[in-house]
Write a protein that binds this ligand. Sequence first.
Ligand code: ADP
Ligand code: ZN
Ligand code: ZN
Length: 751
Amino acid sequence: MHRLFSVVMFADVAFPISSYQTFTYEIPGDFLPHIKIGVRVRAPLGRRIVQGIVVAKHKTAQYRGKIRPLAAIVDDQPVLDQGLWQLMQWISQYYLTPIGQVAKTALPKGLSTRYQPPTQWLVRFRAFPADRERMERRAPAQSKILKHLETREEPIPVSELGLLAASPLTVCRSLAEKGFVELFEEVRLPDVTGFTFDPVHKEILFSKIQKSILSDLISGLKAKSFQPFLLHGVTGSGKTEIYIELAQQALNQNRTVILLLPEISLTPQIAGRFRAVFGEAVALWHSKLSPAARAWTWKRICSGDFKVVIGARSAIFAPIKDLGLIVVDEEQEHTYKQESPAPRYHARDVALMRGKIHQATVVLASATPSLESYYNQNLGKLKYLHLPERFGGARYPHVHIVNMEQEQEESGKPGQVLSGLLLEKIEDRLTKKEQIILLQNRRGYAPILRCGDCGEIEMCPNCQVTLTYHRVGNNLRCHFCAFTRPSIPQQCRNCQSPNLKLFGVGTQKVEDLILETFPRARLARLDMDTAHSGTALTEILEQFARREIDILLGTQMIAKGLDFGNATLVGIINGDTGLFLPDFRSGERVFQLIYQAAGRAGRHRKPGEVVVQTYNPDNPVIKYATRLDVKKYYNIALSERQELNYPPFSWMVKVEFNGKKKTNVEQKATIVRRSLPRPYKGLEILGPAFCYRERLGGRYRMQIVFKSSKTVDPNGTKLHHYLRQNLGPEKLGRNRGGVNVFLDIDPYSLL
Ligand code: ADP
Ligand code: ZN
Ligand code: ZN
């Protein structure tokens, strides 16, 4: 009877499974007030109960079969708004990834709007009983604890009393009942201030050119419509100060801000500057947060406690409300691209789409924009803003090129790593008490161990790459999988010769060489081996800021974002690293790295110098990077890309096949290739061919590459249609013969 009068409502729920489908459920009456779009629920799916997200609510069910009720509610408030849901659908479509898989990335496990930070019990001494001896006899544990507490003024955590009693909390409870101690529970808020330099308050007076750029950006923001910009500002031109001012304007409009940074090594300084202005309204979001800090931060983003979210790639999914501004700093960085698992999204492109959905201003910023953005700016798809000068008349550094081949001929020392000029400059800075940044984009000690007799090279047994010798730990390690050979072989595996030699240079070797020459220099090495935790990293950077370190040596981690006025010399030990990798982006990458690293020198009043060591001084990448000539190099690179029909002149998609058995991989790739219908005009299909890194983690890799020319396919829809028709999940079939197949839309690298 009752049912007749109550309204039955239905909810559509999306699940993180490999399917584009959503399922319909009945909403039990007592759930009704809590079920909103974006709330997570648990519901029966087959014989299991699975967590999903409510994506729609109806009065009538479309579905004609048996409809089951929802089992439970997970969230108190929606974790997605309409906009974020729309964004996830776009990602699912564009990156050809099931919506449930997208949800896994956008809403990672372990996050809940019901998260409560842990609590702890504290206890404080009040008084002894009148009859102390009686207590000692009848309740020795109570007595011991009371004695221990007597000497302490501050309350102490009950957990610290473990040595005095088997269950100290029970003992403290009895003591509290009798009034001998005070016992109370305290919430232990996770530390979310890590990864931040102490806030630095600065007086900012914008220059004329900064003002004019700000006024363009602010009018974009005021329009409250989608406004994409490319802010091309040389290193040290004040881009960060511009983000801060623009964020302030967004907050004044009661809107919020997401700032994406490519790496957490950049967060401490920039986060410190943001915290100085916005204080508690700033949240940090990245993978190095502790699980508690992560859960706590996320819950508070959902409940609207934060106005500014700063973070790495995944911060683009922050469930922040009333988004008005997204800034993508160093937008060319490869860390914005998720390589694995699917969705293999690019956070810059997702940022543009999120901006479009929320009618927000999106600022892509860099001193060395990606060729894609540079080209889009040429086409007028992005509004171009240029800051060609460093702030405050700080001069651009003077760059010296050292031709290492010539250097070694003259010095008669083949394999010499540090040139005379670089050593001379380092010595000079050490005497002047100025600081030095050295870039060697390779970690470990030496990347090659080779037999001096037969030439055999020690390779990773799982990957088609050499093993790198690590002085720290004295072992050989693969940088692509976890493989480690705990000791160095005594003889060649091929010819048994004991004549094994190390070749090549990693950060650890540079460290040794520098310390040999300058034993008293205070040097810190920053690479993936030393920066295992984010806090270790922040600490090294802070010491450098306090000038307790003279030389900061590291991989590309140190090349971007850092702003230290006393660092006046940057040395690039090997400017050629990566230059000859067979990938269409390798030149662009090397150019950007050299340019960015050079930009760390002489950022404030003291002028800077850069020494770039190279074997290829005439290579256009090296030549124009050292001349800091972005325009020249980009024009050359663009015309090369155009000639070969590479992005940004075409849409590119890679299909990768990988598996343990080489023949199975080859077979699968060949079958898929043969099944493809004739390409339309303007579509080029390359391969299948083995990848440059033919084997990684024990799996052989092949790829087929699709390039769809923008002249015939301006929006990429033709290629998408072709892929959907011919390479959809049902066409690729199940993972037979242990071969995985996946699509990578807009791949970053073809290595
Ligand atoms: P970018 O992000 O473009 O590399 P920054 O924003 O870090 O440049 O600016 C370089 C330095 O100049 C920083 O120390 C910054 O605080 C300072 N600076 C930039 N613009 C101003 C300004 N208008 N007033 C005061 N200091 C400024
Ligand atoms: Zn040998
Ligand atoms: Zn390996």
